[in-house]
Design a protein around this ligand. Structure first.
Ligand code: IVH
Length: 679
């Protein structure tokens, strides 16, 4: 291929991806893949400047406006930013700035004046340009190609966060310019996105790949009623045009916009040096998954706007600001196969085998597909090109297929009819999405049950890992859970790698576990819906496992905090003759069946401590966490203050985390919290 052809091909490809992204709201490559193509084109054009044409995608910003909307010219170009990818890139940007200041002889003396910065979240939404005349919102537009956008005033009017007149507070002491044009980013809050989007899929409508596409799609509806029904919101961060006076620095401009009534992110930071700004990049990498909107980076802006303006542009990118992009958490790859695993409750879960893809600094080969209903609902097929997402501590998952890239060779995924491990027919429980293997002797399931039985939240048996479980079930030394307590020392010593010390450690750990309280034993049995908190509640109410086993559904349901699902599940478990036999075997081994009195049990390790809970915890519900804190003598309140001792922190925490950070309140993960109460 000649250079000319190569350039033409890249331009076609890039234009296709721009169209998918900006017009269809349905990209088929990730931003990172798009960026790579774009950089390739930039490099080729730099080497061959005579081949640069005005219509090359490198010469313009964003996508073309679509025909359905009235076109509007922006009062000034709506620009984008150059990218940095790490702290070093940010420092280099500052060095470039300094060199430039020296060369240009600007009205700025680097000897006596310090360059300060404002760091803002780079919100992954849709840019909007908002015009106010005499304090009234008169026009709202998309960015379009940077010069001409689409008039989406009617849709923007439906956003509760958008001020329809300024100042919102008539008492506010701010002078409002006759004309003011503000730039912001409209977005879909994350806590609302998941449920809203799956509701769409259930109703047979096309689900959006991510919150950004949903925001963009929602704002470019021809009927504002549709937009109004979606929980969109907005943050503003720049002034594009104005009559009269506006503050001189970015920081003051943000405060000023806020005083006028514009929504401004709380997550902005003033940085006196580039080092401080670069440190923000690293702390944001941690924080990005704890806030309620999607960010794909930070934006570092020179605070002194006059200096920033004097610095001018490189191509279409202003020199006075830079985007610090985060590693992608979402990419596309190929779904090579589906592998089924079985959990301790017998759920057969489909897992994706992927063409390895780097996500957020980790190579991802496997991802969850959740369940077979979800696969069917999203119509995911083997061989599909799929979106995969990995955000923070979340297990990587397949978001959905890119249907438009199918070539017909893809294979539909059907739920299994038989357990792939024991061959027994699977069962479905009405009203549930999961497919179960209900064979209590399924060898693979037994391994999962043992792993759970010995785990820290249950019997907490030291030196008993997953490999031991695989080995001892594989050689038949453990055929059911109770066999753990009938392991024979001599037989163990015959196993490869099992020396005296190892065997003693294992057997001592098993023996010690007999001293665990009965509610731990009940937890370890793995009855569906009976986790540590429910087990404790049940045994406190019934006094022991035998009495619980004799109780009717109504009696169980009568316990405060126990719902019908749990009651049903417990009752069914105890009626199963196989479970009764198992319990007798445990009794013979000397396991605890009776709950010690609640008074003796009541721990006071958290006495005098006040907790606030925020975000989604990995295993505990909020109510469970609250019950646990209270059971250990602690207190739970709803908002963070100076009196808060700890913030119990889950995924997607919002303003409570920000507040805690401001007040210096320490945070605890669920694991750290569990450690605290068990220690
Ligand atoms: S400043 C010249 N600040 O990120 C000023 N942009 O390429 C350029 N974005 O699509 C924009 N949050 O819409 C700026 N706090 C923020 C931003 C932000 C998100 C978007 C912007 C554009 C891209 C920058």
């Amino acid at each position: 291929m000649s250079i000319t052809q190569e350039i033409a091909k890249l331009r076609d490809e890039i234009n296709f991806h721009l169209y998918r992204y900006h017009v269809l709201d349905s990209p088929v490559v990730s931003d990172a893949e798009y960026d790579a193509l774009f950089r390739q084109l930039q490099a080729l054009e730099a080497e061959n400047p005579d081949l640069v044409t005005a219509d090359s995608p490198t010469q313009r910003v964003g996508g073309n406006p679509i025909d359905e909307f009235e076109k509007v010219s922006h009062p000034a170009p709506i620009l984008s930013l150059a990218n940095a990818f790490n702290r070093d890139d940010l420092k280099e940007w500052e060095e470039r700035t300094h060199r430039f200041i020296n060369q240009l002889d600007l009205e700025f003396d680097p000897e006596t004046e310090q360059i300060e910065y404002v760091v803002e979240p780079k919100i992954d939404g849709l840019t909007v340009v908002l015009t106010y005349e005499n304090g009234r919102f008169v026009l709202g537009a998309t960015r379009g190609n940077g010069e001409i956008g689409e008039n989406i005033t009617g849709n923007l009017l439906t956003l509760p966060a958008l001020p329809k007149r300024i100042p919102i507070d008539p008492q506010a002491e701010v002078t409002v310019p006759d004309r003011l044009v503000v730039r912001g980013e409209a977005f879909f809050p994350l806590d609302k996105f998941e449920s809203w989007n799956s509701g769409r899929a259930e109703a047979g409508e096309k689900a959006y790949m991510n919150p950004r596409n949903a925001a963009s799609g929602s704002l470019r509806q021809l009927d504002p009623k549709i937009t109004a029904a979606r929980p969109l919101t907005l943050f503003c961060y720049d002034i594009i045009a104005w009559d009269g006076a506006v503050p001189d620095t970015q920081w003051e401009r943000l405060q000023w916009l806020k005083a006028l009534g514009f929504p401004i992110s709380d997550d902005i930071a003033f940085c006196a040096t580039i080092e401080e700004a670069a440190a923000q990049y690293d702390s944001w990498l941690e924080k990005r998954n704890q806030i309620n909107y999607e960010v794909d980076g930070i934006v570092v802006k020179i605070n002194n706007r006059s200096l920033a303006d004097q610095l001018g542009f490189v191509g279409k990118d202003p020199r006075g600001a830079i985007a610090g992009k985060f590693p992608a958490q979402e990419k596309t790859t190929q779904l090579l196969d589906v592998k089924i695993s079985v959990g301790r409750t017998g759920i057969l879960a489909p897992g994706a085998v992927l063409d390895p893809v780097e996500l957020g600094g980790v190579v991802v080969r496997n991802a969850t597909l959740h369940n077979f209903d979800e696969i069917a609902r999203k119509d995911i097929r083997i061989g599909d090109r799929v979106w995969v997402k990995r955000a923070g501590d979340v297990i990587p998952y397949v978001v959905g297929p890119i249907v438009d890239l199918r070539d017909g060779s893809e294979r539909v995924i059907s739920p299994p009819t038989h357990c792939p491990f024991c061959g027994e027919p699977v069962v479905r429980i009405p009203g549930e999405v999961a497919v179960y293997c209900d064979n209590p002797t399924c060898p693979e399931q037994l391994v999962r049950r043992i792993e759970y039985f010995v785990s820290r939240g249950a019997m907490d048996i030291d030196n008993f890992g997953g490999q031991t479980a695989v080995l001892l079930t594989g050689n038949g030394m453990i055929k059911d859970l109770a066999d753990i307590y009938f392991l024979n020392r001599d037989n163990l010593l015959e196993l490869e790698g099992f020396k005296d010390k190892k065997v003693d450690n294992l057997l001592n750990g098993i023996e010690a576990s007999k001293n665990q309280p009965a509610h731990r034993f009940l937890t370890a049995l793995g009855v569906r819906f009976v986790g540590s908190v429910v087990a404790r509640t049940l045994l406190d109410a019934f006094g022991g496992i035998d009495r619980l086993g004799e109780a009717t559904v109504e009696e169980i349901e009568g316990v405060y905090g126990i719902g019908p699902e749990i009651a049903q599940s417990v009752n069914v478990w105890f009626q199963d003759e196989r479970h009764r036999q198992l319990l007798e075997k445990f009794r013979a081994a000397g396991l605890p069946f009776d709950q010690e009195s609640a008074a003796e049990e009541q721990s006071q390790v958290l006495a005098g401590l006040t907790f606030v809970i925020t975000g989604t915890l990995p295993t505990l519900s909020r109510d469970e966490a609250k019950a646990l804190i209270e059971a250990n003598g602690g207190k739970v309140t709803g908002s963070v203050s100076k009196k808060t001792d700890f913030l119990l922190l889950g995924e997607k925490a919002g303003s409570k985390l920000t507040k805690a950070e401001k007040l210096g309140v320490p945070t605890l993960s669920e694991a750290e919290f569990q450690e605290k109460i068990s220690g």
